[in-house]
Design a protein around this ligand. Structure first.
Ligand SMILES: *Cc1c(COP(=O)(O)O)cnc(C)c1O
Length: 406
C-alpha cells in the first residue's frame, strides 16, 4: 500500500474530487481512534490493551499510543517485532495460547515480553523451558502467566469459542501448576467478537469464578478479553458503559487477591471507526454493482460472514430513492461477492464512487494482493466516521457516551 500521510482531506467527496481514483482509497480518521482510546482509558474500570491483530497499521498504533494506550496484545512474533519497533516503551503481552518455542524465546529475551497466555500444560512447559536462562538453566522468575478459559460465544456475532481455551474440568489443575512457575497469575478469556449484550461477560466471569473456587489459588489478574462491539447497520449495540458497569460489578465479586487487576483487550472497539474506503463502481448488472475492492481486499467479512457495512454514494447527481444492492469484487472468483444488502441510490451506475464505512477493524488490515488487486492509497480525513459509539448521537444515547480529546 502507498501511504501519503501528508494528504489530509475534509471528507471522501473531497478525495474523489481531487484524485478521481481508479483504485480503492483507504480513508483514515486518527481523531476517531484517539477518541475510542480515550473512552476506554477514562471509562473502563481497569487497564485496556489494544489487540494488534484487529489492525496492525503503524500509523494507528502510534495514534493509540499517543492517546494513552500503553499495553498491547500481540499474537505472533511478527506482531511482537512490529509493536516493539514502533513503541519501544510499550508493554507487550503475548496472548496467543499456541506459540513456537523460538517465538517465546525471542519475545522474552529480545523484546522484553513477560506476559504469556496458555491453555494447556504443554504450552506451560514450553514457556517455562523457552524462558530458562540459556547459560545457567535457571528458570525465569519474572513470568506473568494467564490461563485462557474456554467460554461461550452465544452473544457474539463471530465465535471464538471452539479453538482456544481450557475447559472447566482442566482449568483448576492447570491454574495450580501455572501458579508454581510465576508470581503473577491471571485468567483470560474471549467472549467472541462483536458481543451484542453485556451479559456475554457475565457468563464468562461466572465460569472464571467456578475455576478459581475449584483451584483455590491466588489470582492476580482477570482479563476479560475483546469482544466489545462497534456499530454497523443492523448491529447497534447497547451503550458501552453498560458493558463496563456489568464487568466491574461481577469482577468485584470474584474471590481474588484484593489488589487484583482487571484488564480488557479490545480490538474492534478501538479501531473500527478508524478507516473507511472509497471504491469505484466498474459495472452495474441489475441490482449488482461490480466494485474495485472485495472479499480479498478490505471486505473479507462482508463476503465471508455477510457483514453489513454502512455505505454512501459520493456523487451529487444521483436522484433516485435508495434500493438494495449486492457487490461483486474485482477478482475473477465467484466467491468475491458481498450480498449486503447495501442501500444506495437507484440510479447509481458505472464510474460512480461509494464510501464504505467502519472498515478499521478486520477490514483495511486484511487486504491481500490476490489477482493483482491489493493496491490502495491511504489518506487522512477529518470528518466523522459514518457510525460511532463515542460521539453521543446513537439510537440509545447516553448523556456521557462521548469523550473529549485532550
Ligand atoms: C482477536 C482477539 C482480541 C480482540 O477481539 P475484538 O473482538 O476485536 O475486540 C482480543 N484478545 C484476543 C486473545 C484475541 O484473539
Amino acid at each position: 500500500m502507498h501511504i501519503y500521510p501528508d494528504d489530509v482531506f475534509v471528507d471522501a467527496r473531497a478525495v474523489v474530487r481531487d484524485l478521481r481514483p481508479d483504485e480503492p482509497v483507504i480513508l483514515n480518521r486518527p481523531h476517531a481512534a484517539a477518541r475510542a482510546a480515550r473512552f476506554f482509558i477514562e471509562k473502563f474500570p481497569g487497564k485496556s490493551l489494544y489487540a494488534v491483530k484487529a489492525n496492525p497499521s503503524p500509523d494507528l498504533l502510534q495514534v493509540l499510543w499517543d492517546a494513552g494506550i500503553t499495553h498491547y496484545d500481540v499474537a505472533s512474533i511478527a506482531e511482537v517485532r512490529l509493536a516493539r519497533g514502533l513503541l519501544p516503551a510499550a508493554v507487550l503481552c503475548f496472548m496467543h495460547p499456541i506459540k513456537t518455542p523460538s517465538a517465546i524465546r525471542e519475545a522474552y529475551f529480545k523484546h522484553g515480553v513477560k506476559t504469556f497466555s496458555l491453555d494447556s500444560a504443554e504450552e506451560l512447559h514450553k514457556i517455562v523451558e523457552a524462558c530458562r536462562n540459556p547459560e545457567t538453566g535457571e528458570p525465569a522468575r519474572d513470568l506473568r502467566l494467564a490461563v485462557r478459559l474456554r467460554v461461550s460465544s452465544e452473544y457474539s456475532e463471530l465465535s471464538l469459542a471452539s479453538k482456544f481455551g481450557c475447559d472447566l474440568t482442566e482449568a483448576p489443575a492447570l491454574l495450580q501448576e501455572a501458579r508454581q512457575h510465576c508470581d503473577w497469575l491471571g485468567i483470560c478469556f474471549h467472549v467472541g467478537s462483536q458481543a451484542m449484550s453485556p451479559f456475554a461477560f457475565v457468563q464468562a466471569i461466572d465460569r472464571t469464578r467456578a475455576a478459581i473456587a475449584e483451584a483455590s489459588v491466588v489470582i492476580d489478574m482477570i482479563d476479560v478479553g475483546g469482544g466489545f462491539p462497534s456499530a454497523y447497520p443492523g448491529l447497534e449495540p447497547p451503550p458501552m458503559e453498560d458493558y463496563f458497569a456489568i464487568i466491574a460489578r461481577h469482577f468485584e465479586a470474584l474471590p481474588i487477591a484484593y489488589n487484583a487487576e482487571l484488564w480488557c483487550e479490545p480490538g474492534r472497539a478501538l479501531c473500527a471507526e478508524y478507516s473507511s474506503m472509497i471504491v469505484k463502481v466498474e459495472k452495474r448488472r441489475g441490482e449488482e454493482l461490480y466494485i474495485n475492492d472485495g472479499a480479498y481486499g478490505a471486505l473479507y467479512d462482508a463476503a465471508h460472514v455477510d457483514w453489513r457495512f454502512p455505505v454512501a454514494a459520493l456523487e451529487d447527481d444521483l436522484r433516485d430513492p435508495v434500493m438494495d444492492f449486492a457487490f461483486y469484487g474485482p477478482t475473477c472468483d465467484d466467491a468475491d461477492y458481498m450480498q449486503g444488502p447495501f442501500a444506495l441510490p437507484g440510479d447509481i451506475q458505472a464510474g460512480d464512487y461509494i464510501e464504505i464505512g467502519m472498515l478499521g477493524a478486520y477490514g483495511a488490515a486484511m487486504k491481500t494482493g490476490f489477482n493483482g488487486f491489493g493496491n490502495a492509497e491511504q489518506v487522512v480525513v477529518t470528518d466523522e466516521p459514518m457510525m460511532s459509539l463515542y460521539r453521543g448521537d446513537r439510537v440509545r444515547p447516553e448523556i456521557d457516551n462521548v469523550v473529549n480529546l485532550r
